[in-house]
Design a protein around this ligand. Structure first.
Ligand SMILES: Cc1ncc(COP(=O)(O)O)c(C=O)c1O
Length: 371
């Protein structure tokens, strides 16, 4: 039954007449088919066998609500980072946390500064918050414009958003750049750093933003996830380190107390223990990333120097057309929907055979489109 035509009038102004697209959707024609998924920056390997065993062993406890404070995992992270356990919060993926982090400081109309080229979910959250956003264009090479971002902060700014490494570029900031942002963001502005791809930055010899932001005088939150390096995207577990217990409690109030699945903590603990498996994932990712970057160059594309599990590249032809034709060949890749980046695609790393299939299909697709 169709809804009442007047229903929209009850919605907040910024929520009226909206459309919604969930990128995780598998359309009917793809269900049950062998589709190569290189569009959502997932890990192409299953979780650690130890994590799978731990979650299976926990299945008979699903009648009970789990301890959503993840006590053992929190202690582990506190010991690993030196951030007190009372300042660590849990989310249903870091996706839930990033929205909640913004919600705890931004009321409709409040001002925040953000890079314009960043994971698209951020744009969705800015819109639902009805925030007053100053989008700072990224530099021509895709890097976040740190000076521009700091220059956009004004008297009314309440939040500054930073991502390192960033999605969709895969580019990270160096330690000096992160330090500059930590020092120059005023003490009355919350600095939020999304480090969903932190482990990949470290593997590539990059900086640990959490270590640097700890010295900041003003408030900060850093979010990370078990979805990427630990191959647990389906378990939906993200976490946030906060600069104070007061911030952490505000975040907990917004995320709700029943947001974590019973599989999350046991799976994540076992995944953390399986260092060998994580190293395998990180090494194989770096190998496939090198192959994709080289392959893209051979095909006349200009890939960005990603350190993550995805690569963005300029193709010379419209990205949406490349995506559609790849999809018709059973390979899902992404594109950049941002102004100035219309000819870019974003390819998530797969297993070696996925890389072969992707590059072979891309060769045909690009030859076709460039004709
Ligand atoms: C930059 C960034 N942050 C956060 C996330 C969310 O990850 P999750 O909700 O699985 O923790 C993603 C996912 O792709 C991402 O690219």
């Amino acid at each position: 039954m169709d809804s009442n035509a007047d229903d929209g009038a009850y919605l907040r102004r910024n929520m009226q007449n909206r459309t919604f697209f969930n990128p995780t959707t598998i359309p009917a024609e793809e269900r049950g088919k062998q589709i190569i998924r290189m569009d959502l920056n997932e890990c192409p390997y299953p979780p650690s066998p130890k994590a799978i065993a731990a979650m299976q062993a926990h299945a008979d406890k699903l009648n009970r609500y789990p301890d959503g404070t993840c006590p053992q995992l929190t202690e582990r992270l506190a010991a690993m980072t030196g951030v007190p356990a009372r300042q660590i919060c849990w989310g249903s993926g870091s996706t839930q946390l990033l929205k909640s982090i913004m919600e705890m400081v931004i009321a409709p109309g409040d001002h925040l500064v953000s890079p314009s080229l960043l994971w698209h979910r951020f744009h969705g959250v800015y819109e639902t918050l009805d925030a007053d956003v100053t989008m700072v264009d990224n530099l021509a090479d895709g890097h976040i414009d740190i000076d521009g971002l700091m220059g956009a902060i004004g008297n009314k700014t309440r939040l500054a958003v930073l991502l390192t490494p960033n999605n969709p570029t895969g580019l990270m900031l160096d330690a000096d750049q992160i330090r500059l942002v930590c020092d120059e963001t005023p003490e009355n502005v919350l600095l939020f750093i999304d480090e969903a791809y932190h482990e990949f930055a470290i593997h590539a010899g990059g900086a640990d933003a959490l270590e640097i932001v700890k010295d900041r005088k003003g408030p900060w939150v850093v979010s990370r996830t078990f979805s990427k390096a630990y191959a647990l995207a389906g378990a939906r577990l993200g976490y946030a380190y906060c600069s104070s217990e007061e911030l952490a409690n505000a975040l907990r109030l917004i995320t709700s107390t029943f947001n974590i699945s019973a599989f999350s903590e046991v799976g994540a603990l076992a995944a953390l223990d399986d260092i060998e498996y994580k190293n395998f994932i990180m090494d194989s990712n770096a190998t496939e990333r090198g192959r994709i970057i080289d392959g893209l160059k051979e095909l006349g594309c200009k890939p960005m120097q990603s350190v993550t599990n995805f690569v963005a590249a300029e193709t010379g032809v419209p990205g949406d057309q490349v995506v559609a034709r790849m999809r018709a060949r059973g390979i899902r890749i992404g594109r950049l929907a941002d102004a100035g980046f219309e000819n870019y695609v974003r390819i998530s790393m797969g297993q070696p055979s996925d890389t072969d299939a992707c590059l072979a299909a891309l060769k045909e697709v690009l030859e076709d489109l460039r004709r």
